[in-house]
Design a protein around this ligand. Structure first.
Ligand SMILES: [Fe+2]
Length: 204
């Protein structure tokens, strides 16, 4: 295996180089996220670097609603990924977690986001926020780790995710809003297959 650049451009390579330098120099996830912020903001503000082919919905989505998750970069050791999440107008993700820290921001369209906290098997809605292009936040579990996003714009929304795991291929959790129950959840990527022999890990 090697580093995978599904979108192999100087913009992506420079970004990942800077991110790796920031992570290596930081003494905590929060410090790393702070150091990466300016570069992440620049990526969200640049209208030219992400080709249309990585902004297409996926009719065969494992998340439903035509939602597409396009892998752009994955580290050889699967400790870092950059991907675009495409959510068609009116579609919403399941409530889900990520199990890794990183940065998440909106590139195109608008989204409503509901953030939940889990305690004693109960899911509590703790925050509701509306996102516009350029908005982003650091996700550091358990803070902000469980959420659901819905596209509120007439156009498809595109969000960028820089996370410190192989988010599309790891087994994580989807939550039932009413009961708080979890089920094993693997979102997959539109453009890269996950290893089939991986089985769901412990789901509770
Ligand atoms: Fe998410």
């Amino acid at each position: 295996m090697a580093d995978e650049y599904l979108l192999d451009t100087p913009v992506v390579r420079d970004f990942i180089d800077d991110v790796r330098d920031a992570i290596a120099a930081a003494d905590s996830p929060a410090a790393a996220c702070d150091a990466i912020r300016p570069r992440f903001a620049a990526l969200l503000a640049d209208p030219a670097w992400l080709p249309e082919r990585f902004q297409q919905p996926n009719p065969d989505s494992g998340m439903g609603g035509g939602i597409g998750q396009w892998l752009l970069f994955r580290a050889e050791d699967r400790s870092l990924t950059l991907f675009a999440l495409i959510v068609p107008s009116g579609s919403a993700t399941p409530i889900h977690d990520h199990l890794a820290w990183g940065l998440v921001g909106l590139y195109r369209g608008t989204q409503d986001e509901e953030i939940y906290a889990e305690g004693g098997g109960v899911l509590e809605l703790v925050e509701h926020r509306s996102l516009r292009p350029g908005d982003f936040y650091a996700l550091i579990p358990p803070h902000d780790d469980i959420h659901r996003v819905r596209t509120t714009s007439a156009e498809t929304s595109v969000s960028l995710h820089l996370l410190t795991n192989d988010t599309g291929c790891v087994w994580r959790h989807a939550y039932d809003a009413e009961s708080g129950e979890t089920r094993p959840f693997r979102s997959g990527y539109v453009n890269v297959a996950c290893d089939e022999d991986d089985s769901p890990q412990h789901s509770h």
